[in-house]
Design a protein around this ligand. Structure first.
Ligand code: TYD
Ligand code: MG
Length: 462
């Protein structure tokens, strides 16, 4: 393909420059110029764009009620936990981005998925840019995928990848990883934002026009931001992220965005000697085993997608220096600062001169505010050096005024805790079973409306 002239466009002001400059000549902002292929914005200027233009030419205006709503056709991958996050399976023409730390299991999961699809009669193509074909073959042996018919292409040049895709038209194509793919038409280095974006845009167009389901693998960089993949989130239909501690064997795959299903649904896997195995009943995997209750530990019942899960929240409060530290792993740090202020103001618990560390066990990330009450109880428990009673759980959001607000689907959370043998709960009043309604067997529920009340309840339980 002839090399087209590139153009550098400022992401701040839209100003352009024929060559890369550190400073935008139009608005003076630094490091904002991003390379683009000249004219690639106009859909009719590219290979697949001409097909788009043809499509656009025939489209007619219609009201919503006139358009027949057809549900998308999904093909289950056969890995139940993956299908759950995808919303039922892969969608033809759909583009999925799957991100996560290096070594967390992205390639393993996708190789298992494409092999299962291939065995179910769907043609699958695995494009590997990170590893050689031999390495992929070695992994497939390790996974016990004998006589796998998945086609493997070791290639990193976009134009060649698209040509192969166009010639073979597989039902599903995995690009492992998008950061290794580069286009001839850009002078930027492979892995740069410009390259990643341009290549993903081409692959997306290919998916939409051919009906091939495309899965892009993206690495999270050291800083935690997805240099590359983050900028792709708006282009693709589905965004999945791997979570979990590489030191534990459990892995979560979470849907952050899904045009074909529910977001925040999670799939739970265990990394075994022979690849990732789905964990069908994951509610108790994020609990550590303490023979006796220890200070600073509270079990939170959190809701992940549609499933309640029990996660141990740990806090350590210790004498700090002149500028005490607040650190959190798996929980939001700004929210921690806020909860400490609420604890001080409304419950008289002062941690001003203390280091405060909080951690969600097992590398799981918790973003729902319903974790507030458990975090605050763990902090006070550590500060007082007093454990909570055996079989204790909590959940509930805490507001700036010290009020304890209900969490969504409280009854389900309580029932799950009772099922796992927990016996004492401190929860928002609105989540407790109403007077006269059926009680939850085995669970003594303390309903609270304010954080000070929760503190009183806990003190009485000592
Ligand atoms: P991988 O899928 O290569 O990670 P990514 O593509 O996200 O970088 O996973 C690599 C890790 O998984 C590696 O540390 C080895 C481990 N592993 C197993 O424990 N069991 C297995 O069957 C396989 C294939 C890998
Ligand atoms: Mg990999």
């Amino acid at each position: 393909m002839a090399k087209e002239k590139s153009l550098f466009v400022c992401s701040e002001c839209g100003g352009t420059s024929p060559k890369w400059l550190g400073k935008c000549p139009s608005c003076g902002a630094w490091n904002t110029l991003i390379e683009q292929v000249a004219g690639s914005n106009g859909p009719s200027n590219n290979r697949f764009g001409t097909q788009y233009a043809a499509l656009a030419g025939v489209s007619e205006l219609a009201t919503l009620s006139e358009i027949e709503a057809t549900d998308v056709a999904r093909t289950p991958t056969g890995l139940d936990e993956l299908d759950r996050v995808l919303g039922g399976g892969i969608v033809s023409g759909g583009v999925t981005l799957i991100g996560g730390d290096p070594g967390i299991g992205k390639s393993t999961l996708l190789l298992q998925a494409v092999d299962a699809l291939q065995r179910a009669g769907q043609n699958a193509l695995y494009v590997t840019g990170e590893e050689s074909g031999a390495q992929v073959a070695l992994r497939s042996k390790r996974l016990g995928l004998d006589h796998s018919q998945v086609q493997v292409l070791a290639e990193i040049q976009l134009e060649k990848i698209i040509a192969t895709l166009d010639a073979t038209r597989p039902a599903i194509a995995v690009i492992d990883s998008i950061q290794t793919v580069y286009s001839d038409q850009l002078t930027s280095a492979p892995g740069s934002v410009a390259q990643v974006r341009e290549c993903a845009a081409h692959l997306t167009r290919f998916a939409k026009t051919s009906g091939t389901a495309v899965v892009l693998v993206g690495h999270v960089t050291k800083e935690g931001a997805l240099a590359g993949p983050r900028v792709l989130e708006h282009m693709v239909d589905t965004v999945l992220y791997f979570e979990g501690d590489t030191h534990s064997s459990f892995r979560l795959v979470r849907a952050i965005k899904n045009r074909f299903g529910a977001v925040n649904e999670i799939g739970v896997f265990a990394m075994t000697e022979r690849g990732l195995k789905g964990v069908a009943n994951p509610s108790a995997i994020f609990l550590s085993q303490h023979a006796e209750p220890v200070p600073g530990s509270v079990v939170l019942v959190t809701l992940e997608g549609t499933r309640p899960m029990l996660v141990e929240i740990q806090a350590l409060v210790d004498n700090g220096g002149p500028s005490p530290r607040r650190l959190s792993v798996g929980l939001d740090r700004d929210r921690l600062a806020m909860l400490l202020a609420v604890l001080h103001r409304h419950a008289g618990v002062a941690c001003m001169d203390q280091d405060v560390f909080v951690n969600a066990v097992g590398g799981v990330r918790i973003s729902e505010p319903a974790a507030d009450l458990a975090v605050m109880l763990a902090i006070t428990s550590s500060l007082r050096g007093k454990p909570l009673p055996k079989g204790f759980i909590a959940f509930g959001e805490v507001g700036l005024a010290g009020e304890v607000r209900p969490a969504p689907r409280g009854q389900e959370r309580l029932r799950e805790a009772a099922k796992l043998g927990f016996s004492v709960a401190v929860v928002p009043k609105a989540n407790a079973p109403r007077k006269g309604s059926k009680e939850i067997e085995g669970l003594t529920i303390h309903a609270v409306e304010r954080i000070e009340e929760a503190m009183d309840v806990v003190r009485r339980l000592d």
